[in-house]
Design a protein around this ligand. Structure first.
Ligand code: SF4
Length: 360
């Protein structure tokens, strides 16, 4: 199979993959922990990588399915350069099988072309739009590893930050390369306990925990999200288990977002009741977490940040936008407690004007 699209044209989206090894006359993909072993012509589980002529190739290099300038709070990253804007790109495909996927239109689709952007074009667009950083998101960003690495190096050289919103299933080597290239913050989805993640997503949650620990140890700012789904992971034991592991393995200052699900893709369970999210928030706080946020409920007070020491409200948000930020030089102005995070506004600074604009 040649590096051509269906019309016979040389495809800009097909490039040799970075992480691979020959094995048993085939090629093994080392991008994520599925570690697919592929015969000539065969595509991986995610359908974004294929053995072409005995070498592994990505089929989605520079393929942009969606592009938008989002508040960093939308990732969600609440303690990382609050109030700034990240130019955000998604591509196609996923390495998980979640039947409730909220972005199924791009994640469950085979590579479908889209707009081609070189890393230099993406970074130039980030600057031109007045964004403060980049984010690879919407579908699983690990599948865009090669493109991400080039973007991160260029963006870092321009003084921009780089972020990922991920299921955390990359190989340790892929994560290491991302950190070296300039990954500064990541939101990772922890979808449930081992049994739940194996049953619904076809993957091993221990890999996700390992990568959370590795990212944290490497100095990446980490926030964790759990989409709370009725009948799947909304029981107190599961939520307590996740909260306890965040506190114990990642530290009590790691923010946890308990977000409401809406029926999508193959899942028809009703949306998560707000009361369930409030219980999840209480469970997180009982487990010792300093910052637990209710997500996907616009206007809920659980969007706000309060000081873990004096209880005063420090950051007021509404619908993923910062309305007011009183954190001064990383501390509570009332009791002096350090508020975990990166890029809090300095004394006298306000958060930049934020916007949310889709381009494709
Ligand atoms: S990135 Fe895709 S092809 Fe590679 S191991 Fe993961 S699922 Fe398989």
């Amino acid at each position: 199979m040649e590096k051509r699209d269906r019309s016979g044209q040389e495809s800009p989206f097909i490039r040799e993959a970075l992480l691979q090894e020959p094995a048993d006359g085939k090629v093994r993909c080392l991008t994520c922990e599925r570690r697919c072993l592929l015969a000539e012509g065969q595509a991986g589980w995610c359908r974004t990588r294929r053995n072409i002529g005995g070498r592994l190739h990505t089929l989605i290099y520079g393929a942009v399915s969606s592009l938008s300038a989002n508040p960093i709070e939308k990732k969600p990253l609440y303690h990382f350069h609050p109030g700034t804007v990240a130019l955000t790109a998604g591509s196609w495909g996923c390495n998980f099988d979640c039947p409730w996927c909220q972005n199924w239109d791009i994640s469950k689709s085979p590579p479908a072309g889209g707009r081609f952007m070189t890393p230099a074009q993406f970074v130039a667009e980030t600057v031109r739009r007045g964004c403060q950083g980049t984010s690879i998101s919407f579908n699983e960003p690990t599948l865009s590893l090669e493109w991400s690495l080039e973007i991160f190096r260029l963006a870092r050289a321009r003084g921009l930050y780089n972020t990922y919103v991920s299921n955390g299933y990359m190989t340790a080597r892929a994560l290491e390369l991302l950190v070296e290239a300039g990954l500064e913050a990541m939101n990772v989805d922890v979808k449930g306990d081992a049994q739940t993640v194996r049953r619904y997503c076809g993957t091993e949650v221990e890999v996700v925990w390992r990568n959370c620990r590795l990212a944290k140890a490497a100095g990446v700012w980490l926030e964790v999200t759990t989409l709370v789904i009725p009948g799947v992971n909304d029981d107190a034991d599961t939520l307590r288990g996740i909260a306890g592991r965040i506190a114990g393995e990642l530290g009590p200052e790691t923010p946890w977002h308990v977000s409401g699900y809406y029926p999508a893709y193959r899942f028809t369970a009703p949306p998560t009741p707000v009361g369930t999210l409030e219980q999840a928030q209480a469970i997180g706080k009982e487990a010792g977490l300093d910052y637990v946020y209710v997500g996907n409920v616009v206007g809920h007070p659980g969007e706000n940040t309060t000081c873990p020491q004096c209880g005063r409200r420090l950051v007021e948000r509404f619908g993923l936008r910062v309305r007011r930020c009183d954190v001064v030089a990383g501390c509570c102005p009332h009791c002096g407690r350090r508020i975990a995070g990166v890029g809090w506004p300095g004394p006298g600074q306000t958060t930049p004007q934020i916007f949310n604009e889709s381009f494709s």
